[in-house]
Ligand binder design. Structure first.
Ligand code: ZN
Length: 240
């Protein structure tokens, strides 16, 4: 089971972002959660077909080389970009939209959402949605919280559900958090945690070696019959 690594990521993510280290995480976010209105939280897709979703977060520096590589391989990804970056880089977002990427929400300012009031969280989510709609004409359905944090003084999941969003976490990742992780270790991690239905977390940024890892890994995993799909496609055939 993947519970331990996922919790480790979430704790690490919180520490890395410098907030909320002392707030215990609650809930088992490594499982998909459903409520009366549908899918409340997704961490993985179906296990019985070899579909996986590569997700890429942030984009503080536009990473055209990574997009060049993904375009070359015909890989469609799902990206979680803070609204303030979406607003300031319309050409970059437009390119991803034309490539068939799914453009999703990562809040507006990359603050840890559950440490904001519910009203502030709604502002972060609404402002980002407006930017995505303006650039792509589509309304986002998915949000990945900064640092993977949903719990805190003002839990984020109820806010998301009220606004019609599904929260997105992950169960495998490229581990490019600092650029210090050797590429070999990043590849080992990806292989160790690979299974059908993977949602894979990665980050934009040349210094994080995301492209160098994926250039090696993607052709190998495709050769095993894995197909890269968007998050909507991965979630579309999930059964409760
Ligand atoms: Zn982020």
């Amino acid at each position: 089971m993947k519970i331990a690594p996922i919790l480790l990521f979430l704790i690490w993510g919180g520490v890395l972002l410098g907030a909320g280290e002392n707030t215990p995480l609650s809930g088992d976010w490594s499982r998909n959660l459903w409520d009366d209105d549908g899918l409340a939280l997704i961490s993985h897709g179906r296990r019985d077909c070899k579909k996986i979703a590569l997700t890429i977060d942030d984009g503080w520096v536009p990473d055209e080389a990574l997009l060049d590589f993904l375009e070359e391989r015909g890989i469609r990804c799902t990206v979680f970009i803070p609204g303030k970056i979406i607003a300031s880089r319309p050409d970059w977002i437009g390119r991803m939209d034309r490539m068939g990427f799914e453009i999703c929400s990562h809040g507006y300012s990359h603050k840890l959402l559950p440490f904001l009031t519910e009203e502030e969280q709604e502002g972060e989510i609404g402002d980002t949605e407006r930017e995505i709609r303006r650039l792509t004409g589509k309304a986002p359905k998915y949000l990945r919280p900064s640092g993977g944090r949903l719990d805190g003084p003002h839990p984020t999941l109820p806010v998301l559900r009220r606004l019609g969003y599904t929260a997105v976490l992950w169960e495998n990742d490229v581990r490019g958090y600092s650029g210090a992780e050797p590429i070999e270790n990043q590849l080992d991690w990806l292989w160790d945690h690979l299974q059908p239905g993977n949602i894979i977390l990665s980050h934009f940024g040349e210094s994080l070696h995301t492209r160098r890892v994926l250039e090696i890994w993607i052709p190998q995993v495709q050769a095993l019959g894995y197909e890269f799909v968007t998050l909507s496609e991965l979630a579309g055939d999930l059964e409760r």
